[in-house]
Design a binder for this molecule. Structure first.
Ligand code: NDP
Ligand code: 8X3
Length: 251
């Protein structure tokens, strides 16, 4: 039985990915901080595949270790890790930003992701050929933008960590992918703006953004490629999104 472990399964990409893998009958370990959402997901997916839900805050190092160490036998042989839990907080210039928000992004997007990875590496290596780590990077890790500061930095970390992991895992059969989506409609923007619905509407209106199901389909494709193939990096934007010219400040 193939088992996938998804962080941040309670919303957006993570939830859609759980649904996509459930359609194909994979066994799923679904994690996130919101118990009620996990319960709802479990109720919906339980008829399609084996599901285990665990409340897990990836910033809690001890909880990560214990969750993975105490997976029940039927869910222990994880062969796909989807490191999806993450967030952006704030859009202010660095000089006006809240350092507590910076720390939360670093704790979640970097420390959380690396801890979950470290805890599951022995399992993934034991599964060997065909197993995968799929990390949610972002276009923000490739292209800077005003107000992106630490969020951009965390996603650049995810990309380079993914590549360096590949070097270390060469010969184990474990694959690593940095998946870097662009403008995508999810609760991400509500989290980033502290629940500003007008900002959410303005960002996505008329842009035909990426939907969580699009990313779920991509993740499913990456995880199911023949075992001799590794997608190192994949950047996806909606057709409506492209680059801007460099900006120049003039006195
Ligand atoms: P959502 O806000 O919809 O989902 C984020 C998920 O992360 C939620 O399930 C949330 O669950 C979980 N999460 C946040 N903090 C923690 C934590 N400390 N511990 C465990 N889980 C946590 O956003 P998206 O689905 O859009 O984002 C998913 C990933 O994709 C993120 O890494 C994001 O940076 C990245 N991304 C998003 C893009 C976008 O435009 N939307 C584009 C490119 C990348 P809970 O609150 O229940 O813990
Ligand atoms: C999310 C995409 O451009 O809002 O990672 O930073 S962006």
């Amino acid at each position: 039985m193939t088992i996938a472990f998804i962080t941040g399964a309670t919303s957006g990409f993570g939830r859609a990915t759980a649904e996509r893998f459930a359609e194909a009958g994979w066994a799923l370990v679904l994690t996130g901080r919101r118990r009620e959402r996990l319960d709802e997901l479990e109720r919906r997916l339980a008829g399609k595949c084996p599901v285990l839900t665990r409340v897990l805050d990836v910033t809690d190092a001890q909880a990560v270790t214990e969750c993975i160490a105490h997976l029940p036998e039927a869910f222990r042989a994880v062969s796909v890790l989807i490191n999806n839990a993450g967030l952006a907080l704030g859009t202010a210039p660095a000089q006006d930003s809240d350092p507590e928000q910076w720390q939360r992004m670093i704790d979640t997007n970097i420390s959380g992701l690396t801890r979950v990875t470290h805890a599951l590496l022995p399992t993934l290596i034991a599964q060997g050929r065909g197993s995968s780590i799929i990390n949610l990077g972002s276009i923000a890790g490739h292209w800077p933008y005003p107000g992106g500061n630490v969020y951009c930095g965390t996603k650049a970390f995810v990309e380079q960590f993914s590549y360096a992991l590949r070097c270390d895992l060469k010969g184990t059969g474990v694959r690593v992918t940095n998946l870097a989506p662009g403008l995508s409609e999810s609760e991400f923007t509500l989290v980033r703006t502290g629940g500003d619905r007008a900002a959410y509407d303005q960002l996505y209106q008329g842009a035909d953004p990426i939907q969580p199901e699009d990313i779920a389909e991509t993740i499913f494709w990456v995880a199911n490629l023949p075992a001799h193939l590794n997608v190192n990096q994949m950047e996806i934007m909606p057709v409506s999104q492209a680059w801007s010219p460099f900006s120049v400040h003039r006195d």
